[in-house]
Design a protein around this ligand. Structure first.
Ligand code: MGD
Ligand code: MGD
Ligand code: SF4
Ligand code: MO
Length: 798
């Protein structure tokens, strides 16, 4: 059986029939797609006396899902504010939200398909673009088989209905096992741990921030990132509210972040040592008799096993490795146990590191042992309006998760949830042999900057026989593409945060209509993906299929109809409707993502419909998180698995690393995020990059003095993989022994067209990072905790 699809880097509630093959073009093409604008554009929410209309929409740029109030004169955006009436964000927004308009109108944005001819690119029609895909991609699939074509899907895919719902169709049509996403640069360890403990990759418990009495945050900076694997607009406000109601916020981070500044206590910890720290907390809970399963009693397997595993990690044994006093660990364990409610929350710093899965697992082990899983104020499972893997099938029990149904060709890495580690992408391209990747499709991804060992990836991309990118910019990755297919402006698309709402700290549903019309001849992203799918599929067809513009349009309609019809059939069974056909009729004439969403809402736990959402442009608040156990579990045992075998087996590696190194003398590199950045791709917006240089290497004053580093002067950072230069920023924000350089920089390369970004290029931290080092259980890249040497660099006279 083919792998369950995993669209983008946050999975969705996409139903199981996605695994069906993409259907061929249906009968003749009088089922042409109806008029553009699947949703009536006339539904203007407010119009001011001077003719300015104000439309409401959810910002798609990060996980916090803020409501925007967009003022438009005609199709021109004249202002963006936070939507004060939004049921979730209540007016909050960040500087990126405001820049949606600048993003849509950025003159460097790709607007028509671009074909590369030598060092030049030329605009071509969509017809010619798809003909080129056919001409170049299909022979590769035919001659070398499906694995010769890889698919890389990046972060924005998961913030976009098209990407979330239709990427898997393209994946299926390609038939490749070489599927890579930004998930293995990000959250895969959490998904693996959640899958093994609770039964699905989306069984991720989120901290009930609005009700908790005690929040322990590790390796996350929601005051700047606005939260991740935890959808919660205005995290600074929510954290302040926590303290104002007498709660306690503790942040464990090697850097004094904005979140740490908001906290009652900031504990600095040596990067990569969270698993020791957390195991020591578990040790104290067990040794001091503080384990209280409470309402989870009888629902948890493996409590004794965890206790045994923790015996190797008393606070005194890990303190020097973590650079955290044993007394502090002990006290925090007691505080967690004593708090009326508490939640432990870990994010990127706990995932993109050497012991990512172990650390992610331990976070929830503590939530369970303190009785805080699935209770108000603890760590809880969202009940999303669209449904999710935790609502489908029979409640309380399921198949659990399975890995390793295939392995990567070169490194032998197991498939995890249908993906191979992004760290393997380059070697799959640049290592000759049967099954070598010769063509690549990228969707909303910039691995040249975002994935480790940037230089190797860039060389690999340059060597491909064919590359096509669905993107909005000609950037560090897409400059290598033979063809760029532009995604349309944000405001022309409908939006629903299918992924984010599965991890929200309240149960929320909010649908956004397109606010402006797509220009004539432009496609929405799902229409592009289904066309690519149709072309790929033709590789296995004996006859010459009709891949003319009309043929492709008919195929899009037929495929989309088939998907909707299967989903309707299943939804009808779920809700006891008479038939799928009846449901399909109810959601017609919607098509594309809107129709699928409507069906998902109807089959979801609140039995909503898209019309219900359309009637509430500021969103529907379905209330605070509810207790969901045991129903939300999908483990084969029907219990929480506190000590899953693969995780328990990895504890040996942790134990060995404890005795085998001291690490005190090396400088350790970590990353950081800035409020006005979004990974690699928003540096072309002037208002977001103005001001001081942000791509600096932060160094503690004692290290700077020892290494003769001067503030503002360039330093050279080197690792066993490469070297980069960046200006020094001396600051007590980083702990001694740790340096920090943000990711997503390194612009200004030949063949790119990012004129603003090129003016402040910065340097790519991923040039320093070894792509072959991974968290073994998840295949996740290790992006933090990198040993580096730092020396003053020669100042070049300008
Ligand atoms: N060293 C280091 N590296 C990291 C990280 C780190 O902390 N440190 N963080 C990692 C994390 S968490 C992530 S998620 C990854 C991100 O890795 P990627 O997803 O590969 O990179 P992004 O920078 O998000 O690039 C997004 C791409 O999508 C394009 N795009 C934007 N909007 C759209 C759209 O609507 N449609 C389409 N088709 N394209 C669009 C942009 O132009 C850009 O090319 O980076 C990872 N890399
Ligand atoms: N402004 C902005 N917002 C973003 C993004 C962005 O680029 N800019 N990217 C979005 C994406 S794709 C994601 S995944 C999220 C990420 O969201 P977060 O995880 O909240 O963001 P980071 O800033 O990467 O936070 C990671 C923290 O881990 C710390 N850290 C590093 N190594 C370790 C370690 O070994 N142990 C511990 N305890 N801490 C460590 C770092 O100092 C940092 O403060 O942010 C999203 N939001
Ligand atoms: S916090 Fe995220 S969702 Fe909110 S406005 Fe900023 S980028 Fe958009
Ligand atoms: Mo991410």
């Amino acid at each position: 059986m083919p792998a369950p699809p995993h669209p983008g880097h946050r999975p969705t509630a996409v139903p199981a029939t996605w695994e069906d093959r993409v259907d061929g073009a249906g009968p003749a093409s009088n089922r042409q797609h109806a008029a553009r604008g699947d949703v009536a554009m006339s539904r203007v929410h407010t119009t001011t006396p001077d003719g300015i209309r104000v439309g409401f929409r959810t910002c798609p740029l990060c996980e916090s899902s803020c409501g925007l109030a967009v003022s438009l004169a005609g199709d021109e955006v004249v202002g963006i504010r936070g939507d004060a009436a939004d049921v979730f964000s209540r007016g909050f927004l960040c500087p990126k939200g405001v820049s949606v308009a600048a993003l849509d109108t950025d003159p460097d944005r790709v607007r028509t398909p671009l074909l590369r001819r030598g060092d030049d690119v030329v605009p071509v029609s969509w017809d010619d673009a798809f003909a080129e895909v056919h001409r170049r991609l299909v022979p590769i699939l035919r001659e070398h088989g499906p694995n010769a074509v890889a698919l890389y899907s990046g972060n924005p895919t998961s913030h976009n209905l098209s990407g979330l719902l239709y990427t898997s169709v393209l994946l299926r049509a390609l038939g490749t096992q070489n599927y890579f996403t930004a998930t293995t640069l990000d959250a895969m360890p959490k998904m693996v741990a959640a899958g093994l403990m609770f039964g699905t990759q989306m069984s991720i418990a989120v901290p009930d921030v609005d009700r908790t009495d005690y929040l322990l945050v590790l390796g996350a900076n929601p005051a700047e990132s606005n939260g991740s694997l935890m959808t919660a607009p205005d995290m600074p406000g929510r954290l302040r509210a926590l303290r104002a109601r007498g709660g306690r916020l503790v942040v464990v981070d090697p850097r004094r972040t904005r979140t740490a500044e908001l906290a009652d206590e900031h504990v600095t910890l040596r990067p990569g040592t969270d698993a020791y720290f957390l195991f020591a907390v578990v040790h104290v809970l067990v040794a001091e008799g503080l384990v209280r399963l409470g309402h989870l009693d009888g629902l948890v397997n493996g409590v004794a096993d965890v206790g045994r595993l923790a015996t190797a990690f008393p606070p005194e044994a890990v303190a020097s490795r973590c650079a955290v006093p044993a007394g502090t660990i002990r006290r925090l364990a007691r505080e967690l146990a004593a708090a009326p409610s508490a939640a432990v929350y870990g994010r990127l710093g706990t995932c993109a590191q050497e012991f990512g899965t172990l650390t992610s697992w331990l976070v929830d082990v503590i939530n369970v042992l303190t009785g805080n899983l699935d209770r108000p104020g603890g760590a809880m499972f969202t009940l999303p309006a669209s449904g999710s893997a935790t609502t489908q099938g029979l409640p309380g029990r399921g198949q659990g998760v399975r890995f390793g149904r295939w392995h990567s060709r070169v490194g032998g890495h197991p498939e995890i949830f249908g993906e191979l580690p992004a760290g393997c992408l380059a070697e799959e391209i640049d290592t000759p042999g049967t099954g070598q990747v010769r063509a690549l499709v990228t969707l909303a991804g910039n691995p040249a900057l975002s994935a480790p060992n940037g230089p190797r990836i860039s060389r690999a991309l340059a060597s491909l026989d064919f590359m096509v990118s669905v993107d909005i910019y000609r950037n560090e990755t897409t400059r290598h593409a033979d063809l760029i297919l532009p995604a349309p402006r944000i405001l022309t698309r409908s939006h629903y945060d299918l992924g984010n709402y599965q991890l929200a700290v309240r149960n929320i549903a909010n649908y956004s209509e397109p606010l402006v019309e797509r220009a004539a001849g432009e496609f929405d992203e799902w229409e592009i993906l289904l066309r690519l799918a149709r072309i790929a599929q033709s590789a296995t067809e004996p006859d010459d299929p009709d891949l003319s513009a009309e043929g492709l349009a008919a195929a899009v309609t037929a495929t989309d109809d088939a998907i909707a019809s299967r989903l309707a059939g299943r939804t009808a069974r779920t809700i006891g409707a008479a038939s799928g056909a009846e449901l399909l009729a109810a959601v017609s004439p919607r098509r594309g993502p809107d129709r699928l969403l409507d069906l998902m809402l109807r089959g979801g736990p609140y039995r909503l419909s898209l019309d219900d959402l359309l009637a509430q442009p500021h969103g529907i608040d379905l209330g605070p998180l509810r207790t969901r156990l045991p129903d939300a579990l999908r483990t084969p045992s029907g219990a929480v698995e506190l000590a899953p075998a693969p995780i328990a087996a990895d504890v040996d590696r942790l134990r060995e690393a404890l005795s085998s190194r001291s690490g005190e003398d090396t400088l350790i590199l970590i990353g950081r995020r800035h409020l006005r950045s979004n990974n690699s791709w928003m540096h072309n917006i002037g208002t977001l990059v103005k001001g001081r240089d942000r791509c600096t290497v932060q160094v503690h004053p004692t290290d700077a003095a020892r290494l003769a580093l001067v503030d503002g002067q360039p330093a050279r950072l080197s690792s066993h993989v490469g070297a980069v230069e960046a200006p020094v920023e001396i600051t007590i924000a980083v702990m001694p022994g740790v340096v920090s350089l943000p990711h997503g920089w390194g612009h200004g390369r030949p063949g790119t067209n990012l004129r603003v970004a090129a003016g402040r290029p910065g340097t790519n931290v991923n040039d320093l990072i070894d792509e072959t080092v991974m968290d073994p259980l998840s295949g996740n890249a290790v992006l933090n905790g990198i040993p580096v040497t730092v020396t003053p660099a020669a100042v070049t006279a300008s």
